[in-house]
Design a protein. Structure first.
Length: 163
C-alpha cells in the first residue's frame, strides 16, 4: 500500500495533518475556528524563532560579538510585528464567514496560500538555524519575513474578493 507523506497530500489534508483543529473552510460554522487555528500555528512558529534570536543575542553578548546584536534585534522586532499581524489578520470581511457555501473554486486558492504561509513560517526557522556558507543568513531571514508579509497581503486580497 502506498503511504502518503505530508508533501504528497492535497492542500487541505496537508494543513490538517500539521495544524490541530484545522478543518477547512467548506463548512460555514467551522470557518472562524479553522482560520484561528491556522493563524495561531503560523504565529507560534514565528514566536519560536524569536526565542532562537534571543539565544543568539545572548551568545553574541557572551562572546563579545556585539556588532551583530542590532541586526538580530531588528529581526526580532520584525518577527514580532509579523506574528502579531498574523494573529490579528482575521478574514477582513464577515462575508467570508457568512457565505453559505464556499466551493472548491474559491476555497482551493485560499488553502494554497494558507499552506504557503505555514511552510514559509517553517522555512524562516530553517534558514535562521541552518548552515550559512555565504555568511548572509540574517539577510535571508529578513527576505523570508518580507515574503511572508507579501503572502499575507495576497491572502487578504483573495479573501476580500469572496462574494
Amino acid at each position: 500500500m502506498h503511504e502518503q507523506h505530508p508533501q504528497n497530500l492535497p492542500w487541505l489534508d496537508r494543513l490538517t495533518a500539521h495544524i490541530p483543529g484545522y478543518g477547512g473552510y467548506q463548512v460555514r460554522g467551522h470557518r472562524r475556528a479553522a482560520e484561528r487555528a491556522l493563524r495561531d500555528a503560523i504565529a507560534t512558529r514565528l514566536d519560536r524563532l524569536k526565542i532562537h534570536i534571543d539565544e543568539s543575542i545572548r551568545s553574541c553578548v557572551d562572546r563579545g560579538a556585539l556588532t551583530e546584536i542590532n541586526a538580530l534585534e531588528r529581526l526580532q522586532r520584525h518577527m514580532g510585528r509579523l506574528a502579531e499581524r498574523v494573529r490579528a489578520a482575521g478574514s477582513g470581511t464577515d462575508h467570508f464567514y457568512s457565505t453559505e457555501e464556499l466551493g472548491a473554486d474559491k476555497a482551493n486558492p485560499i488553502y494554497a496560500l494558507d499552506l504557503v504561509l505555514f511552510e514559509k513560517a517553517d522555512t524562516v526557522a530553517r534558514v535562521f538555524d541552518g548552515f550559512d556558507s555565504s555568511h548572509d543568513r540574517l539577510a535571508h531571514v529578513e527576505e523570508c519575513l518580507n515574503d511572508i508579509g507579501k503572502t499575507l497581503d495576497e491572502r487578504a486580497l483573495l479573501i476580500q474578493g469572496i462574494r
